[in-house]
Design a binder for this molecule. Structure first.
Ligand code: COA
Length: 216
């Protein structure tokens, strides 16, 4: 995707990291309108690529410039030199934090506060399967300083699942109703406490424990 000439100088490195605060202060703040336009367009492209479309085929994007603050999002943008040597936007990767509930294969629930999530990931169709996704993802991991299995993945597409399997050996997960994927490797270092006899409804007393014996 072509980038407006005004912002070429801001892409001094292939990968640029933005959040709501960075967008509102210099140097990005000087070009907030241009930046919002290309972020939104790339977000729309990503939504179409993932089949996130609403009425009339309108994209229902996950990435929009004005909502970056809502999930404390960090947006990684990848640019590459285009045919004329000026930077073109090739990919985006959005991460943010959410509160999630996860049920394991035994139906035991775990609450994850401030869970860091991969919310959106897109490489332009002309560049897919060229290693650009890996480049972007790897840079994000380096910045965040956490391993790929530590993330929750919001509605990962078959392409993303293939990507994670190929590059990071992540494959096993318990499907969730909320469509977030958390790989089993996440839980290896964070096992749940041993089950209490009251974890199962079958074992739960029908009366409050303190009330037992007072009933006639
Ligand atoms: N079908 C199946 N797997 C695919 C794929 C496709 N069309 N495109 C990429 N992959 C997976 C494969 O494992 C592939 O390895 P392979 O070519 O040896 O089979 C690997 O990703 C390639 O890695 P890389 O070149 O670094 O990734 P990429 O630049 O293609 O970026 C995505 C990966 C997922 C970001 C990119 O495919 C994309 O934007 N897809 C459309 C949007 C999307 O599905 N986003 C995920 C958000 S839920």
């Amino acid at each position: 995707m072509e980038l407006p000439e005004k912002v070429h100088a801001l892409f001094t490195q292939p990968i640029v990291l933005l959040n709501q605060a960075a967008l509102s202060r210099p140097p990005w703040g000087h070009y907030s309108r241009e930046a919002a336009a290309f972020i939104n367009e790339m977000g729309n492209n990503s939504a179409r690529a993932q089949g996130l479309v609403g009425a009339g085929g309108r994209p229902n994007p996950i990435t929009q410039a004005h909502t970056l603050g809502e999930t404390n999002a960090r947006l990684f943008l990848l640019a590459q030199p285009g045919p004329t040597g000026t930077p073109v936007l090739v990919g985006l990767l959005k991460i943010g934090t959410k509160q999630l509930f996860h049920w394991d294969a035994n139906g035991r629930m775990r609450e994850l506060q401030n869970q860091v999530c991969v919310l959106d990931f897109y490489v332009h169709e002309d560049y897919q399967r060229g290693g650009f996704g890996k480049l972007l993802f790897h840079a994000m991991l380096g910045h965040e300083g956490i391993a790929p299995e530590r993330f929750a993945y919001d509605r990962p597409s078959p392409k993303l699942l293939g990507f994670l399997r190929k590059h990071y050996g992540l494959a096993d997960f318990v499907p969730q109703q909320n469509k977030f994927v958390i790989f089993e490797k996440f839980f290896v270092e964070r096992p749940l406490a041993p089950p209490s006899p009251y974890d199962s409804v079958m074992n739960r007393p029908l009366t409050a424990r303190g009330a037992q014996g007072r009933r006639r």
